[in-house]
Write a protein that binds this ligand. Sequence first.
Ligand code: AMP
Length: 219
Amino acid sequence: MGQPHILILGPPGAGKGTQSGNIAEEYGIEHVTTGDALRGNKDMDISDMDTEYDTPRAYMEAGDLVPDAVVNAIVEEALSAADGFVLDGYPRNLEQAEELSGMTDIDVVLSLEVSREELVDRLSGRRVCDGCGANFHVEFDQPAEEGICDGCGGELEQREDDRPEAVENRLDVFDENTTPVIEQYQDHEGFVAIDGEQPPAEVWGAIDSAVRERANVSE
Ligand code: AMP
């Protein structure tokens, strides 16, 4: 078997980005994330895909899903260039899951579980560095100097979609569209549910052992 193919599922704010970064580093595989890919291309012209809006921006700022055709194309291209990968933020609905099953096989499916109440607290207090993308929290993970990134000195900002109305909408969109995807993957032999409310180091410990058990990775 080649490098592991890992899927990380869970609601916005569950810690998928952080833990995917750990996985990519530990196993030397690609971190493929549709959220970051779209944030870097918010104003790309998608009008030829017969979409309601001409760019991803309007969908993203409201916390709605960007149309499948756009996201499927991003993932297809990224996966064709990767040997092993951790896929973060996709699939988010059953149509995308169907599309993914035609692109590649998956060895491990991690489902990060966090209560809605905790997610609202995490997302509404999150601040992101405009330089390196590092995440902080106004209460749970404060930088040494308010508003400034500890890592690169960049400015910390609130993501447009971490504002209260967008947060509630994103969680509703998750419940409606992505919960059925997780239910479907529960039958996958590599599926494992992870308690995402533990401290990040413990979440990582649970993920690392789950991946070692299920994927054929070298020590
Ligand atoms: P994230 O950083 O994963 O929370 O994604 C931020 C936003 O990007 C989402 O609220 C959606 O608007 C868009 N997005 C990311 N991944 C997908 C996807 N798989 N399907 C549709 N929209 C997506």
